[in-house]
Design a protein. Structure first.
Lengths: 298, 298
């Protein structure tokens, strides 16, 4: 029996694209809240005896976790042959270390919770910093779809004489990969974080940046405070307004407007999280990764 | 090492009461949201080598589940000898059957999620309808603190010539227990539910109710639509405005104001969920149940 694909709320576009490209049955699911705040979930399309794909990008994960776990557990109970999760953005990757005694390493706990209820996972560029691979915390096989080739292609098509700029050391892995593929130079700024939203950056060599179009690149744009601090530094050195590229358009609160106001010439993201800034379509690459899991199972 | 007790947000009063009565160390915990909506959690008081109690009443459980699971998992990771959960109101008890194909039986899935991360559970009057015992779905030992003796004592102290009224068949177990202890007669109305908030009730024998003070009793007051429908029926038969007693003050949205507007003479609940209507203190009974678990472990 062919696979059925179900969108958790807000993921309808990607689910429809995957259904279309991979010839999956578009599944209908009801997910709503009772008046007391508890979740009601129903698979309106039968799931017994077939692979089930759940599509749920995991930004704002606290609002989604229980519904997703209910869906995965119920699909198994009802006899799905496998439950795959397509989460283009994977939340809870940043708390990867006990920075102070007593802290929860939520990345690992969240991974264990999900791993118990799914059979495989497809995501794009999870924020791997101290964890070197999802396999360190996820007990199920996963495929990571890299956004770097897509970002590099976008830069080549849209930016003359780019220089890629990583706003902090954690961004180096993304920036160097994109720069390598795009055939462009890159520099990494130094960040000093003083709080969730209070960040300054430093760069020792602004000469590298002159006469080129600065392209700030990061994996996650959340509060945008890191990129905003980078823009301020570039501005001090008299550089052009930068293009800001992000893989994941988290944009907490008014972060998108604040990043524009801070002087971003343009803000472009992939569609791992649906957002007005999405300008780079990653769905084909995700479809390929999903197809590989489905063909293993059949 | 003596046990430490930690309040999840909103449960500080009960945690302090238990710490005081049982000579536990009041623990400090930081639980906050990052700007992107993810939860940060830290035990500020050490938990290693001692029993840990988490206090978290589970109304509005979708907002709380992940933080609670993070806390329980982290306490274990950090070497707590046992993790007990005190949840005076236990959410997700009502979806106890697949009423339609494809539905999630969330009571069982939620119970499995919690059971993996805790060692014991104390709650008060969980909504056991099709499940006859928490042991059917919870894999850990639990103690259920009955509210009936407290409701009965309140009625004897405050109501002359009461007749207890159960607004629907599901309420019969609570109402008959309270009536028996209070030494009062009781009747059960018949409910026809047409939607989450659309309920009518019927009663074949209004004569039983005359010349007595009607006391509506239920375990959970959520939308209050069941009690409101009951009040309307009592009013049609010319009975006095009833006293409304509930164990758990869920009160979704404006339900409390609507129940008053519908003609409740008084609304009184226990403090399993902190609410302005709390008039019956269940904390001593909960402390006794907790003490029993702690003495087993020591």
């Amino acid at each position: 029996m062919n696979a059925a694909i179900f969108a958790l709320p807000g993921n309808e576009t990607l689910a429809a694209a995957l259904a279309d490209r991979l010839q999956l049955e578009p599944g209908a699911m009801t997910l709503r809240s009772f008046p007391d705040g508890e979740t009601y979930l129903r698979f309106d399309t039968p799931v017994s005896g077939r692979p089930v794909l759940l599509v749920c990008s995991l930004h704002d994960p606290d609002r989604k976790a229980l519904g997703l776990l209910f869906a995965a557990a119920t699909a198994r109970e009802l006899g799905a042959t496998a439950v795959g999760l397509v989460a283009p953005y994977l939340g809870y990757m940043r708390q990867d270390h006990r920075f102070r005694d007593g802290e929860a390493i939520t990345s690992a706990i969240f991974a264990q919770l999900l791993s118990r209820h799914i059979d495989w996972l497809v995501t794009s560029d999870p924020h791997l910093h101290r964890w070197k691979s999802l396999d360190e915390i996820y007990a199920v096989p996963s495929t990571v779809v890299p956004a770097a080739p897509l970002l590099a292609a976008w830069i080549r098509r849209h930016v003359d004489s780019p220089v890629l700029i990583g706003p902090d050391a954690e961004s180096e892995q993304w920036v160097s990969a994109v720069a390598h593929i795009a055939g462009a130079p890159h520099v990494i700024l130094q960040k000093v974080r003083r709080g969730d939203r209070d960040v300054i950056v430093r760069n020792s060599d602004p000469q590298l940046l002159r006469n080129r179009t600065p392209v700030l690149v990061d994996d996650i744009i959340s509060t945008a405070s890191t990129m905003i601090a980078a823009i301020q530094q570039l501005s001090v050195h008299g550089l052009r307004p930068p293009v800001c590229l992000g893989v994941h358009a988290v944009f907490a609160g008014d972060a998108h407007a604040e990043l524009l106001a801070a002087g971003a010439a343009q803000i472009v993201t992939t569609n791992t999280i649906p957002h007005a800034s999405n300008g780079i379509d990653i769905n084909d690459a995700i479809a390929n990764a999903v197809a590989a899991f489905l063909s293993e199972k059949s």
